[in-house]
Design a protein around this ligand. Structure first.
Ligand code: ATP
Ligand code: PRP
Ligand code: NIO
Length: 475
């Protein structure tokens, strides 16, 4: 789908002006964020495949052009440029599923200012949304410590697109499956589901509803046991149906509890199932669950839950529903010369990192244990020992010596001179790589509450450039 008009008016107003005032200049923009939702220590990147699609599909059709002409803001020359729009620049990005930290360039977009400015809104929209949901999913999966999470959020998401792309992001962040058919079909995800209370209510009684379900889906018999009363009706009826299923050679799947005190009810249900000989039947829990409730259920309350269905808290990241990624100009290229740019703010924390940069992940030598990231200027060659500074200007420990490390660059080329040079992995591949990258991070940076801050450094050269621009910038 062409998303070029999902943008803010000012992007076009600026691009129209660039054509007249700065026609020869190329711009270099970085996408990065400063704050991690839920006070976490990192974000899981997601949305690159859709970002690539948005850039390659970017065009203005006759209807859009007629509308824009009617606004009476743009020159014919600019409208003509929009009519023939084709991206001619470069994009590099950190692959989806990677844990990333504040101030790190997730995407770098370079090319004629008039082109690159136009991508700001849509790229941020896509990357902020999916990265937010992948990050929330990672937290929820971390809390569940390996118990599968089914993504159930389509009905609570902010619209159909957020439901479907959110389901994609949820799988990248670690969820096992989604109930959203379109997401599963489109992105090759595992689809899963049980039944709603309407199924039970529609029958004269709970037992006949369970029996019919078991007859229709003998190998998918996850029965919702809380419509009337879990202990006196739901679980005993489920056991009756499981006994019949077993007599016919089918393996009962289990039950789902969707209300009440989940810890208390799951303990009672587990005992009843075990006593009836169904120790392999699984217990699924759902009902406005989030990472805090899941952690409490499993680890503080010892609830014997095997699977979780998670909807609204995941698909909306309800506890902290914004990832404020930004798109900032970091350099201008004119007649082959690169002029680094900086955004100075009242707060030191918000000053941007100027110039074209490269991001490195550092591992303890000979291991896959990541211990720090370093942002350098692209043309720099990193030495085996180096003095670096914290990328966070508010950190008190500012000068650090690094040695005995292996390093990897995190960005990869996506577009070169307007051509795609990258092929997006499948969602399952992204998820696998993401799990691997997560396993390489220090444990203390992954915990949900008060995680240890993972060090992100800038090289001396980059720090010097930032200081120079801070001091010399003409207003
Ligand atoms: N043992 C528990 N510990 C912590 N939170 C729980 C526990 N059991 C349930 N919850 C959570 O408490 C919240 C509210 O549960 P509550 O019992 O009010 O809902 P309910 O009984 O399902 O009501 P409704 O029928 O209106 O949905 C949900 O988010 C649920 O996941
Ligand atoms: O609570 P969430 O984390 O968002 O998970 C999705 C919820 O959606 C369903 O409830 P709903 O009352 O909409 O329908 P139902 O009859 O299937 O329970 C389901 O039973 C979950 O409670
Ligand atoms: O399949 C389910 O159990 C399901 C799907 C969506 C929302 N709630 C539950």
């Amino acid at each position: 789908m062409n998303l070029s008009m999902v943008t803010d008016l000012y992007e076009l107003s600026m691009a129209n002006g660039y054509q007249q005032a700065l026609e020869k200049e190329d711009g270099v923009f970085d996408v990065f964020f400063r704050h991690v939702p839920d006070d976490g220590s990192f974000v899981i990147t997601a949305g690159l495949a859709q970002a690539i699609q948005a850039v390659s599909d970017f065009h203005f059709d006759e209807k859009d052009l007629a509308y824009l002409k009617n606004l009476d803001l743009f020159t014919d020359n600019f409208l003509n440029f929009l009519k023939k729009f084709k991206f001619s620049g470069n994009i590099s990005a950190i692959p989806e599923g990677t844990p990333v930290f504040p101030r790190e360039p997730l995407l770098t977009i370079s090319g004629p200012l008039i082109e690159t400015q136009l991508f700001e809104t849509i790229l941020l929209n896509i990357v902020n949304h999916q990265s937010l949901i992948a990050t929330k999913a990672r937290r929820i999966c971390y809390a569940a410590q390996g118990m599968p999470i089914m993504e159930f959020g389509a009905r609570r998401a902010q619209g159909p697109s957020a439901a479907t792309l959110g389901a994609r992001a949820a799988i990248i962040g670690g969820c096992a499956s989604t109930s959203n058919l379109l997401a599963a079909e489109k992105f090759g995800l595992t689809v899963a589901g049980t039944m709603a209370h309407s199924w039970i209510e529609a029958f004269p009684n709970e037992l006949s509803a369970f029996e019919k379900w078991a007859e229709l889906y003998p190998d998918n018999s996850s029965l919702l046991v809380d419509t009337y009363d879990v202990v006196s009706s739901g679980v005993p009826n489920a056991i009756k149906v499981f006994q019949k299923l077993e007599e016919k050679g089918h393996k009962p799947i289990g039950i789902r509890i969707d209300s009440g005190d989940i810890a208390h009810l799951s303990k009672l249900a587990r005992k009843m199932l075990d006593d009836a000989g169904f120790s392999e039947a699984k217990i699924t829990a759902s009902n406005a669950l989030d990472e805090t409730t899941i952690q409490s259920l499993l680890f503080s309350q010892g609830a014997p839950i095997d699977n979780f269905g998670v909807g609204e808290e995941l698909i909306t990241s309800a506890s902290d529903p914004v990832l404020s990624g930004v798109y900032k100009l970091v350099a201008i290229k004119k007649e082959g010369k690169i002029i680094p740019k900086i955004k100075i703010s009242d707060s030191r924390e918000k000053v941007t990192l100027p110039g074209i940069k490269q991001l490195y992940r550092l591992y303890k030598k000979g291991t896959r244990q990541a211990f720090a990231d370093v942002i350098a200027l692209k043309e720099e060659r990193l030495s085996k020992r180096m003095l670096v500074k914290s990328a966070d200007p508010l950190d008190t420990k500012q000068n650090i010596n690094l040695m005995d490390f292996d390093l990897e660059t995190l960005q990869t080329n996506i577009f070169e001179k307007g051509k795609i040079v990258y092929s997006s992995p499948t969602v399952q591949q992204i998820k696998k790589v993401s799990q691997q990258s997560l396993s390489e991070l220090p444990e203390e940076t992954k915990r949900l509450k008060n995680p240890n801050k993972y060090p992100v450094y800038i090289t001396e050269k980059l720090a010097k450039l930032q200081d120079e621009l801070l001091n010399d910038q003409e207003y």
